[in-house]
Design a protein around this ligand. Structure first.
Ligand code: PMV
Length: 351
């Protein structure tokens, strides 16, 4: 940590905080809400936070603003696109008892809204930076609940590596780390398309719940798979972890396909990659596929097999569209700025 704070000076509440968070990819998926306003999931889920595609978010308090402002990758977002950000800031202001509005400046290093969990990293970074700038000292559990209100999967990006997000009431629905597994997991991501998804996960989930006859079965089965996954992780049984990962993805996909009209994020190239993962397994390399609300394919393996997985995927998709990931860090503060007491340059703490 480098800083230029003089000894004995109490800086008080910061004027801006910058935080980083990484995306997570669910092994046991979340697809369906018990409460849309509170973003309570219909079933629990379990994911791996990755060491790629971080989002960096700065939240700056600005007393001259009458409304919050949200810039994403250099562009000011419309009120419609900023709804989730305004909601999370509003909840934080309520907790802090402060009225001051904020400017949020966020940068995604990975593709936005393409089924690569940019909303997870985004809302996790926002929850941490905004709660700190408004002077709240929240526990990881409380941060997770707050991030959840922006986007459900963000609850899991507060934590490093494996985490589980519990279903339940508002107070009970947070993520926490999953400990006790010694598996060296790796994920190889095939970026089939970086384009923004045609239908948001929020709308697609709603349509699945309202119209798919397979939805109820998906939720019942997924809750059972989550327990089995915890057992497999503790037993360091990679094959079982992989089987459950693929089953959760295919069953989520089945619930979507049963919607009317059907929701289908995969393309022919996705299917070619899914076939290849089966071939890899037949050739003795334990690798398992998962996908989210987009055509991109993520392949779970143990770290020792990740180079072989990448080599095989490169026979179907250009190597520059492949990203090799390992477990990554949870949300963390990168920089804090304080207003200088006497109009001097702001005081900056870098972590
Ligand atoms: O958190 P949301 O609304 O972006 O939904 C994420 C849903 C999936 O990525 C498809 C599954 C998951 O558990 O992350």
């Amino acid at each position: 940590m480098s800083h230029n704070v003089q000894a004995g000076w109490n800086p008080g509440v910061p004027s801006s905080v910058t935080a980083l968070a990484n995306p997570n990819i669910a092994l046991i998926k979340y697809w369906g809400k018990a409460d849309e306003e509170l973003i309570l999931p219909a079933a629990g889920s379990l994911s791996l936070t990755l060491n790629v595609y971080p989002t960096e978010t700065q939240v700056k308090l600005m007393s001259e603003l009458s409304n919050d402002e949200f810039f994403l990758n250099g562009t000011e977002q419309t009120p419609e696109a900023s709804r989730g950000v305004h909601k999370v800031l509003g909840l934080i202001r309520e907790l802090a008892g402060v009225e001051t509005r904020a400017r949020v400046v966020s940068k995604n290093s990975g593709p936005t809204a393409a089924g690569l969990a940019s909303s997870a990293s985004g809302y996790a970074a926002l929850a941490l930076a905004a709660s700190a700038v408004y002077g709240l000292e929240l526990s990881p559990k409380e941060l997770s609940r707050l991030a959840r209100r922006g986007s459900g999967s963000a609850s899991r990006s507060i934590f490093s590596g494996l985490s589980i997000w519990h279903a339940g009431t508002d107070a009970e629905s947070y993520a926490e780390p999953v400990l006790g597994s010694a598996l060296d997991l790796a994920m190889t991501i095939a970026e089939v398309s970086k384009a923004k998804k045609a239908i948001s996960s929020r709308e697609a989930m709603r349509l699945t719940q309202e119209t798919s006859p397979f939805y109820a079965a998906w939720i019942t089965e997924n809750a059972l798979n989550l327990n089995e996954m915890l057992i497999a992780l503790r037993a360091n049984d990679f094959e079982r972890v992989g089987e459950l990962t693929e089953a959760s993805f295919y069953r989520m996909t089945a619930s979507m396909i049963g919607a009317m009209p059907a929701i289908r994020y995969f393309t022919a190239e996705s299917v070619a990659l899914l076939d290849l993962v089966r071939e890899l397994r037949a050739s003795g390399i334990p690798a398992y596929a998962t996908m989210d609300a987009g055509p991109n394919v993520k392949v779970l393996s143990q770290a020792e097999h990740a180079p072989k997985v990448r080599q095989a995927l490169a026979t179907v998709i250009a190597d520059d569209k492949l990203v090799s990931a390992l477990p990554g860090l949870g949300a963390r503060v990168e920089m804090v700025q304080y207003q200088a007491p006497t109009g001097a340059a702001p005081i900056t703490l870098e972590f």
